[in-house]
Each structure stands twice: as structure tokens, then as C-alpha cells.
Design a protein around this ligand. Structure first.
Ligand code: BT5
Length: 251
């Protein structure tokens, strides 16, 4: 991980061979550790997704990492950091020749299957952020996924992209830092939104929005300035979706 060329990200890298979850570890040390520390593990025994879901990462075949952030912004501006992460991951992968796309808000997909998930966790008080843990999981070398996820998951190697993990991590940290600093220092979102639109897996497509058991087929129109999803319902009305669950028709 030398020659990162970053200012704050990855100045400290904490590496494990095995750990329960890099996000859990980062949350424990988040208040004491300085901004930009990266926790990375070869394997996770209890990798987590959103809403207590399992993230398969008990093999040395991926990138399982968490970044500690301490932005001086109000807590409601934190969710945009997930989009910054998504934008920097697709931008980094595309620069390495991998045509990955963003499935708003926190999945990266390749050839219609998930290669990466993002889990952003916030520790905050009413007006102040203590720290944010940005968790990123990328399937790199996995050739066989367990039955549970084999229909939805893929890896870079499986799609015939032989890319080094160090190059991926280095590129992501570099892309992320520049977009992140522009956001927290200048409230600038333009580049992120531009990348999210250019590499979107869902804009212009029919998707299902999912609320509990309810599934609704809608057309995805755009991502707005706030980073929220704009959709058109069957009755022609336009709606803004702030966060949550969607699935793409046919995937
Ligand atoms: C996510 O959740 O996609 C966030 C994943 C974040 C993982 C990183 S790894 C480093 C850090 N430490 C952690 O403990 N977590 C973070 P969600 O959108 O809820 O998606 C979870 C769903 O993705 C599961 O229910 C499965 O269907 C699917 N899934 C699980 N493992 C997968 C994998 N390795 N590849 C692709 N899909 C997977």
C-alpha cells in the first residue's frame, strides 16, 4: 500500500488476516482513531450487510475494508457519503478497464450481478457527527459462491477481469479522497452525481421499489441534486425516494 498519493486516507492502515467484521472493529476504535484510518482484513467471519443481513466474506478472495471518517458536517448530510463511495468505486474500476455500474444507493454491479456492497454506519449526536464508518466489500477472486447468493453475486475474476487488489484499493482511496474533500469542504456534489448518472445501472430502466412485502414497478428517471432517486409511478406521478430497497426488473 505504498505510494498512495492521498493526503489523509490510508495514512494508517490496520491489517488483519481474520476478523469478525472490519466495520465492527472500526466502530470500536472510531472515536479515538484519526480520520482516514483504513481497516482491512483478508477474511471476515461475521461480515455484515444492511439491516443485519449477512455479507459473505469468509475467504481470502476479496477486499473487505472499512474507512474511518470524521467530516465536519451535519448528520443529515452523511448519507451522501455512500454515493461518494459508490462513485469512487465505479470510477476506480472503470479506470482499470472494468465496466461496473452503480445500483443506487449502495450496490456495484457487473454484468447484472453484485460485485460490491457498501455499508455506511454513522455515530452521531444531534448536531454533530462523531465518526462515520464506511465499509466496502468487493468480490475479487471468488469463483464459486454459496447457493444462497450464487444467482446474484459475481466477482472480478469470474467475469474475466484479472485486477490486483492493491491497485483497486489504491485507486478507490485516491478517487474517494478527492470527491469526499470536495463535498465536505465545498459542499460540491457535481462530479459525484455526474459519475452516478453516467454509470447508473437503473436510470431509464424499470425497477421495483420494495417496502416490506410491497413491490411496485416504476420507471427510474434520475438522481436529483440531493442524491435521491426520482421515479415515475404507473399513474404517471413523480416521486422522490430518499433511501431504501429497490430491485431491477429481470435481475
Ligand atoms: C451490502 O448490504 O451490500 C453491504 C455490504 C458491506 C460489506 C462490507 S465488507 C467490509 C465491511 N465489514 C462488514 O461487516 N461489512 C462491510 P446489503 O445491501 O444489505 O446486501 C446484502 C445482500 O447481498 C445479502 O443479503 C446477499 O443477498 C448479498 N450478498 C451477501 N454477500 C455477498 C457477496 N459477497 N457478494 C455479493 N452479494 C452478496
Amino acid at each position: 500500500y505504498h505510494n498512495l498519493h492521498t493526503k489523509i486516507l490510508g495514512k494508517k492502515i490496520i491489517h488483519f488476516d481474520t476478523i469478525d467484521s472490519t466495520n465492527d472493529y472500526a466502530k470500536k476504535i472510531g472515536n479515538e482513531e484519526s480520520e482516514g484510518a483504513v481497516i482491512i482484513s483478508e477474511e471476515q467471519t461475521k461480515g455484515r450487510g444492511r439491516l443485519g443481513r449477512n455479507w459473505h466474506s469468509n475467504s481470502y478472495e476479496g477486499i473487505w475494508m472499512s474507512i474511518i471518517l470524521k467530516p465536519n458536517i451535519v448528520p443529515y448530510k452523511a448519507p451522501f457519503i455512500t454515493l461518494i463511495a459508490g462513485a469512487s468505486i465505479v470510477e476506480a474500476l472503470n479506470k482499470l478497464g472494468v465496466n461496473a455500474k452503480i445500483k443506487w444507493p449502495n450496490d456495484i454491479i457487473l454484468n447484472e450481478k453484485k460485485i460490491c456492497g457498501i455499508l455506511t454506519e454513522l455515530s452521531a449526536e444531534i448536531e454533530r457527527i462523531n465518526h462515520i464508518v464506511l465499509g466496502i466489500g468487493i468480490n475479487v477472486k471468488t469463483m464459486e459462491f454459496s447457493q444462497e447468493i450464487c444467482d446474484v453475486a459475481t466477482s472480478l475474476y469470474k467475469e474475466n477481469y484479472i485486477v490486483s487488489r492493491v491497485d483497486i484499493v489504491r485507486n478507490i482511496l485516491l478517487e474517494f479522497e478527492s470527491l469526499y474533500l470536495e463535498y465536505i469542504n465545498n459542499n460540491s456534489k457535481e462530479k459525484v452525481l455526474d459519475i452516478c448518472r453516467r454509470h447508473s445501472a437503473i436510470i431509464g430502466k424499470e425497477i421495483y421499489t420494495i417496502r416490506g412485502e410491497e413491490k411496485e414497478l416504476v420507471r427510474c428517471l434520475d438522481i436529483n441534486e440531493e442524491g435521491n432517486l426520482i421515479i415515475k409511478r404507473n399513474d404517471g406521478s413523480i416521486k422522490e425516494i430518499i433511501s431504501g430497497e429497490i430491485s431491477i426488473r429481470g435481475i
